[in-house]
Write a protein that binds this ligand. Structure first.
Ligand SMILES: [Zn+2]
Length: 225
């Protein structure tokens, strides 16, 4: 997820005032709104006036500086620094991978194992070569002990996270489905907020137009254009 740590600055035109930008942060998701508001306010305090100036300033900074700015804003609004979250997740990921490697299942969910019967030393083997082969069975039973097997022992374990050919972690299917659903929900929410934002902007423009009309009506004849 490359978009995870980004600074989102909501604006319609680079000429928008930072006050408008700060108001528009309402259309962002909870934490993002608070962080964007904080960044907008800091920019204002720093003497910037428009969305364009803020965007230019952000674009002129290095990736590391932007990350520092993001983290300092996150801290100011009571959130954990993104760096800390990344470090923790990398550590947890490495531990998960180590656990999986210890469990020994490959990307196809196969594993080198022996007969599940106590004391039996039989191994699944390739009939042609006689060499041990990995199997996907939940529990493998040799021909002699096969009668002890539970009805579903021969099935591959469902929904396990596996290790890919480059030692990368491949999430269990249920996790992949949940992640896809979350991404889709996020996209839908973004679209919804964008539509609501446009609607609000139209209403505001309409109010502005009516106000101007009113103003013109109230102007003395000689002031009219
Ligand atoms: Zn056996």
């Amino acid at each position: 997820m490359t978009f995870r740590w980004q600074i989102r600055i909501p604006y319609r035109s680079p000429d928008d005032s930072l006050t408008d930008v700060i108001l528009a942060t309402r259309c962002l998701e909870g934490n993002e709104a608070a962080v964007a508001r904080e960044i907008g306010q800091r920019a204002q305090l720093g003497g910037l006036r428009t969305a364009g100036e803020l965007i230019d300033r952000l674009e002129a900074t290095s990736k590391a500086e932007r990350r520092q700015l993001l983290d300092s804003a996150r801290q100011a609004v009571g959130l954990e620094r993104s760096e800390k979250i990344d470090d923790r997740e990398a550590f947890e990921g490495a531990q998960r991978v180590a656990r999986l490697r210890a469990s020994g299942r490959d990307a196809a969910g196969r594993l080198f194992t022996g007969c599940a019967a106590e004391g039996c030393r039989a191994l699944p083997s390739d009939p042609a070569t006689g060499l041990p082969v990995p199997v996907a069975d939940r529990r493998w039973w040799c021909p002699e002990h096969r009668h002890l097997a539970e009805p579903e022992d021969h099935l591959p374990p469902e929904d396990v996270t596996t290790i890919g050919p480059h030692f990368e972690e491949i999430s269990a299917p249920s996790i992949q489905r949940a992640e896809a659903a979350r991404d889709e929900e996020r996209r839908r929410a973004d679209r919804r907020r964008a539509e609501e934002g446009t609607h609000e902007a139209r209403e505001r423009a309409e109010v502005e137009r009516l106000r101007n009309e009113q103003f013109e009506r109230e102007l003395p004849e000689s002031f009219r254009s």
